[in-house]
Design a protein around this ligand. Structure first.
Ligand SMILES: [Zn+2]
Length: 68
């Protein structure tokens, strides 16, 4: 399946092709996905950083709503 992700190599918000999975369940499924623009293959380190960034953004949004 395809999913969008900001490529750590070429920096474009792009579509990665995930070969082995038919259903996108978690960001772990992105490991080994290939950038269709530059051919970069995502590593687990890329995904960990990406998931952490999303978690931080969610936390910041939540704090904003509660007035902190
Ligand atoms: Zn790329």
């Amino acid at each position: 399946m395809n999913t969008s992700y900001e490529c750590p190599s070429c920096g474009h918000e792009t579509v990665f092709y995930v070969k082995t999975k038919t259903e996108f369940k978690s960001y772990d499924d992105l490991i080994g996905a290939v950038c269709i623009i530059c051919g970069y293959t995502l590593t687990d380190e890329n995904i960990k950083r990406y998931v952490r960034d999303i978690a931080i953004k969610c936390l910041q949004e939540r704090l904003k709503k509660t007035g902190f």
